[in-house]
Design a protein around this ligand. Structure first.
Ligand SMILES: Nc1ncnc2c1ncn2[C@@H]1O[C@@H]2COP(=O)(O)O[C@H]2[C@H]1O
Length: 816
C-alpha cells in the first residue's frame, strides 16, 4: 500500500516533507483591504495576498479494468511504485459505487480501461463519474488501444468530450506507466488540487455579509454571493449572466473609466429590485486582471444601508407614474398590470378613504383588492365618461371566474367537435340527465399495472441508426415513430437521456447519469404500452416538443427559464401522463374508479400522474434524481413539476390561455418589450409551454399529425366500446368506431383548442413553423373530409400514401 511521500510540491518549487500541513505558512486572509488600493496594475499573479495552500494528502487512484492483463499489471505496479493509494474494480458499476462511496471515495485519479467497450463502456462511465458529486477536481484518464491513436482521433475526442482529461496508450511496461502517472500527477492532479483549494475562498465569499459580485470585462455578472441576492432581491441564477446595466442603475462609463486605469471606483448606485422598490447602495469596484495586462474582471463590493432607500415613499412615487386624468388607458389593464402597490400607502379623501382604510386593516390582501384600490384612485382624477368605464371594469374584476372559459360558441351542426371539446373541458362524472346511458355497474379499473417488458437498451443504443436519429433530437420534424420502432416501444429512456444531457440536467441536479437512466427506465415502465395514444411514445413526444421550445427560448435569450426551470420542465414532460389508464378522468369518475374516489373527482388523472412521479422517485434512492438537491431546491423543483403536470388538465385550458394572453398578448408583430419575468409570469410561461407541448401533435408535419389523430381516436373508441359493454354513461358518443369522422374531430380540435393557443404561443416564442404546419394540416383535414376520408381504415390508407410520398422525398414544406 502507498505511503504518504513528498511528491507534492506546491510552494514555488519547495518540497514539503513535513507532513500534511508541514511548515507552510497557510493563511486565510480573505479581505483585499490589506492591499494598498492603488496597486497598479493589478494582475492576479502579482497579488501580494498570502496564498491559500492546498492540502497534501496521499493520492488515491481508482483503476477500473475488466481483466488482469499485462497492461493492468503494469499500471498497478506503477501506482505502487509511486506510492499512490490504488483501488481496483472490475466493472463500471463497481467503479461508480467505489467513487461515490462516502468511505472509499474522493479519488484524485480515475483510470478506465477504454479498450473493451462491451465490458466497460468508458464514455458512459466517464459521464456518470463526471456527474457524481465531488468529481470536479478528479483527473480522469482513459487507457486506449494503440490502434485508436493511429487510425483517427474521433474516439479520443469523444472520451475527452465526456470529461476525461487524458487518453494514454496501453502499455505493458511498468516504467512507461510510471512515467505517464508521474506526468499526470504533475500536470493535472497538482493544478486541480490548487484549484480545489479555492473552494475555501468561495465559501468565505459566499458567507460574507458584504454583497460581492464579480463581472467579466464587459460587466456581465459571472459570480454573485448570497448577500448580493438579498441586496438585489434576486436569485443568484437571475444575477449571474446579466449585464450590470440590468441589475443596477449607475453611471457605468464612470465606473469603467476608473477601473480601466486600474483605479478602484467608489460611489453609489441604485438597485433595480424586483419588487420595484429601489435602494441606493455604496459600491466599490476593483479591477483584476487574470491574464494579460488589461482588467479581465471587476469585483464589485456592495454595501447596502437600509436607511439609504432612494425614496422613503417609493410607493407614492410609483403612484405618480400611473396615468392621470385623460391618460387613463381605454379598456386596457396593461399599464396597471406592471405595478403593484400596497393599498395601505394610498391616501385619498372622502368616502373612499374609509373603505380603503377598512380594506387595509384586513390581515390578508388579494392582488385583486390592490388593483381595485388603484383603479379607485385613478377614478378620482378622470372625466365622467372615463369614470363610468372604470366602474364597468371594476364590476368585471369583482366577479368570480375572471378567467373562466369564454370560448367561441361551438356550431351545433358540429356534433363531433361538441363531443370532444365538451369532454375535454368537463372531466368530472358525466351528468346523468344529459348522458345517453347509465349503468348500475361499477367497475374498478385498477390503477394500471406497469408493463414489465424489459428494455433492450444496450442493443438499440449501440445501433448507429439510433444515434443518427438522436442527433436530430431538437428538430421539430423529429421522427418520433422511428424512435418508437428502434427502441421497441420504449423511446423515453433513449430520448430522455439525450435531452437531459443536452440541457445539462445532470449538473443542474448534481446527480449522475446512471441515476437518471434508472429513473427513466422506471418511469417508462409505468407507461402502459397497450394504450394507443397515452403511452411512453406520447411522453417522449411531449418531452421532445418541450426541449425544442426550451431551446428556442434560450436562443431568443429571453432569460425566462433558468437551468432549473429547463430541467424541471423536461422532467415534468417525461412523466406528465405516467400510469395513464387509457381512459379519461370522466370515465374514471363514472366508473367509481379508486383514483376518482381518492381525488374526489377533481383533476383525477393529472393528480395521479404528479403523485405517481414523486411516489416512485422517492421510494428508491437508486432512482431518486432529487437526492442531491438541498431541501429548498427540492421544494422548488417539486412545486414546478407538480404545477406543470397539473397544468396539462384540459378543464382549465381557457383559464391558462386567457391568463397567458392577458400578460404576453397575441400580436406577433408587436414589438412591445416583454413584461418583467417575475415569478407569476414565469409560472404562466411554464404552464403554457407544457400545454403546447402536450397537444403539439396538430402542429407537427402531416404524417405525424395523422398518426397521432389515429391513435387518440382509437383510444377514444376503446373507451366508448367499454362504456357500451359495461353500460356506463358514454362520455363522447360521437366517438364510435363505426360512425365517427376523425377528420371532423380534428377540424374541431384545431379550431376550438389548438388555433388560438398556438397563435399566442408563437407570438411569444417565435416559431412560425408550428403555425405553418397547423394551417397546412387543417387544410388537409378539410380536404380529407371533402374526400370522405373519415374512418380509421380511411386514415390508415391515407397514412400509407403519406409514407410513400415521403419516401419519394416530396417535402411537405414545398406544399406550403
Ligand atoms: N389530435 C387530437 N385530437 C383530439 N384530441 C386530442 C388530440 N391530441 C390531444 N388530444 C386530447 O387533448 C388532451 C390533452 O391532455 P391529455 O394528454 O390528458 O389527453 C389529450 C387528448 O384527450
Amino acid at each position: 500500500m502507498a505511503h504518504h511521500t513528498s511528491v507534492m510540491d506546491y510552494s514555488r518549487g519547495t518540497s514539503s516533507s513535513s507532513g500534511r500541513y508541514g511548515h507552510r505558512k497557510s493563511s486565510l486572509a480573505l479581505t483585499p483591504e490589506e492591499e494598498p488600493l492603488d496597486s497598479c496594475p493589478r494582475l492576479v499573479s502579482d497579488l501580494k495576498f498570502p496564498n491559500l495552500l492546498p492540502p497534501n494528502p496521499v493520492i488515491k487512484i481508482l483503476i477500473a479494468f475488466c481483466k488482469n492483463d499485462p497492461v493492468f499489471e503494469a499500471l498497478g505496479n506503477a501506482s505502487h511504485r509511486l506510492n499512490l493509494e490504488p483501488t481496483f474494480v472490475k466493472s463500471a458499476e463497481a467503479a461508480i459505487e467505489a467513487f461515490q462511496s462516502p468511505n472509499a471515495g474522493g479519488h484524485h485519479i480515475v483510470i478506465v480501461d477504454a479498450r473493451y467497450p462491451r465490458t466497460i463502456e468508458a464514455e458512459a462511465l466517464g459521464r456518470s463519474i463526471r456527474n457524481s458529486k465531488g468529481s470536479q477536481h478528479t483527473t480522469m484518464v482513459a487507457v486506449v488501444k494503440k490502434s485508436v491513436f493511429e487510425k483517427d482521433d474521433t474516439a479520443v475526442i469523444s472520451l475527452l468530450d465526456v470529461g476525461y482529461n487524458r487518453c494514454i496508450i496501453e502499455s505493458p511496461h511498468v516504467s512507461i506507466c510510471s512515467s505517464e502517472l508521474r506526468q499526470i500527477q504533475h500536470s493535472l492532479v497538482r493544478p486541480q488540487n490548487v484549484i480545489s483549494t479555492q473552494q475555501a475562498l468561495y465559501t468565505a465569499l459566499h458567507r460574507s455579509r458584504e454583497a460581492v459580485i464579480i463581472t467579466d470585462d464587459t460587466l456581465r455578472a459571472q459570480y454573485a454571493n448570497r448577500a448580493s441576492e438579498r441586496v438585489l432581491n434576486m436569485k443568484m441564477d437571475e444575477i449571474v449572466g446579466r449585464s450590470l446595466n440590468d441589475l443596477v442603475t449607475a453611471d457605468i462609463s464612470n465606473i469603467l473609466s476608473h477601473t480601466s486605469r486600474y483605479k478602484d471606483y467608489d460611489g453609489y448606485l441604485t438597485t433595480r429590485r424586483k419588487s420595484q422598490e429601489s435602494s441606493q447602495i455604496h459600491v466599490r469596484a476593483v479591477p483584476v486582471s487574470c491574464i494579460g495586462r488589461n482588467p479581465t474582471h471587476l469585483v464589485l463590493i456592495l454595501e447596502s444601508s437600509s436607511s439609504a432607500l432612494v425614496s422613503s415613499n417609493a410607493i407614492g412615487e410609483a403612484l405618480q407614474t400611473l396615468p392621470q386624468g385623460k391618460e387613463v388607458p381605454r379598456g386596457s389593464l396593461h399599464s396597471i398590470r406592471r405595478g403593484s402597490f400596497d393599498v395601505r400607502s394610498i391616501a385619498s379623501d372622502g368616502l373612499r378613504r374609509t373603505s380603503l382604510a377598512k380594506l387595509s386593516s384586513l390581515p390578508l390582501e388579494a392582488p385583486i383588492t390592490k388593483v381595485l384600490s388603484l383603479l379607485a384612485q385613478v377614478q378620482e382624477n378622470c372625466s365622467q365618461d372615463e369614470s363610468k368605464l372604470l366602474d364597468r371594469v371594476m364590476e368585471f374584476l369583482k366577479r368570480e371566474g375572471l378567467y373562466s372559459p369564454q370560448m367561441k360558441e361551438i356550431r351545433t351542426e358540429d356534433p363531433v367537435a361538441t363531443d370532444l371539446i365538451g369532454a375535454l373541458l368537463t372531466q368530472g362524472p358525466t351528468n346523468i340527465l344529459s348522458s345517453r346511458r347509465s349503468s348500475n355497474d361499477s367497475i374498478i379499473r385498477g390503477g394500471g399495472r406497469p408493463s414489465t417488458g424489459s428494455i433492450v437498451f444496450t442493443k438499440t443504443k449501440e445501433s448507429s441508426l439510433l444515434s443518427d436519429l438522436l442527433q436530430t433530437a431538437l428538430d421539430w420534424d423529429f421522427e418520433i415513430f422511428k424512435l418508437e420502432d428502434l427502441t421497441e416501444k420504449r423511446p423515453l429512456v433513449c430520448l430522455g437521456l439525450e435531452l437531459f444531457r443536452r440541457f445539462d440536467v445532470y449538473n443542474t441536479f448534481n446527480c449522475d447519469e446512471m441515476t437518471f437512466k434508472l429513473w427513466l427506465i422506471e418511469m417508462e415502465k409505468y407507461y402502459h404500452s397497450e394504450n394507443t395514444y397515452h403511452n411512453s411514445t406520447h411522453a417522449a413526444d411531449v418531452m421532445q416538443a418541450t426541449a425544442v421550445y426550451l431551446q428556442q427560448l434560450s436562443n431568443r435569450e429571453l432569460k425566462i427559464m433558468d437551468r432549473m426551470d429547463e430541467a424541471t420542465a423536461l422532467i415534468a414532460a417525461a412523466t406528465h401522463d405516467i400510469d395513464h389508464p387509457g381512459r379519461s378522468s370522466a370515465f374514471l369518475c363514472n366508473s367509481d374508479n379508486m383514483l376518482a374516489l381518492l381525488y374526489n373527482d377533481i383533476c383525477v388523472l393529472e393528480s395521479h400522474h404528479a403523485a405517481t412521479t414523486f411516489r416512485l422517485t422517492l421510494a428508491d434512492d437508486k432512482i431518486n434524481i432529487f437526492k442531491h438537491l438541498d431541501r429548498d431546491m427540492y421544494k422548488l423543483a417539486r412545486s414546478i413539476i407538480v404545477d406543470m403536470i397539473l397544468a396539462t388538465e384540459m378543464t382549465r385550458h381557457f383559464e391558462h390561455l386567457a391568463k397567458f394572453v392577458s400578460v404576453f398578448g397575441t400580436d406577433v408583430e408587436s414589438k412591445d418589450p416583454l413584461p418583467p419575468d417575475n415569478d407569476d409570469n414565469q409560472i404562466l410561461v411554464r404552464r403554457m409551454l407544457i400545454k403546447c407541448a402536450d397537444v403539439s401533435n396538430p402542429t407537427r408535419p402531416l404524417k405525424f399529425c395523422v398518426e397521432w389523430a389515429r391513435r387518440i381516436a382509437e383510444e377514444y373508441f376503446m373507451q366508448t366500446d367499454e362504456e357500451k359493454r359495461k353500460n356506463l354513461p358514454i362520455v363522447m358518443p360521437m366517438f364510435d368506431r363505426t360512425t365517427c369522422s376523425i377528420s371532423k374531430s380534428q377540424i374541431g380540435f384545431i379550431e376550438y383548442i389548438i388555433h388560438d393557443m398556438m397563435d399566442a404561443w408563437n407570438s411569444f416564442i417565435e416559431m412560425p413553423e408550428i403555425i405553418r404546419y397547423m394551417e397546412f394540416n387543417y387544410s388537409q383535414w378539410k380536404l380529407f373530409e371533402e374526400q370522405g376520408i373519415n374512418t380509421l381504415s380511411d386514415i390508415k390508407r391515407k397514412q400509407i400514401s403519406l409514407t410513400e410520398e415521403t419516401a419519394s422525398s416530396i417535402s411537405l414544406e414545398e406544399k406550403f
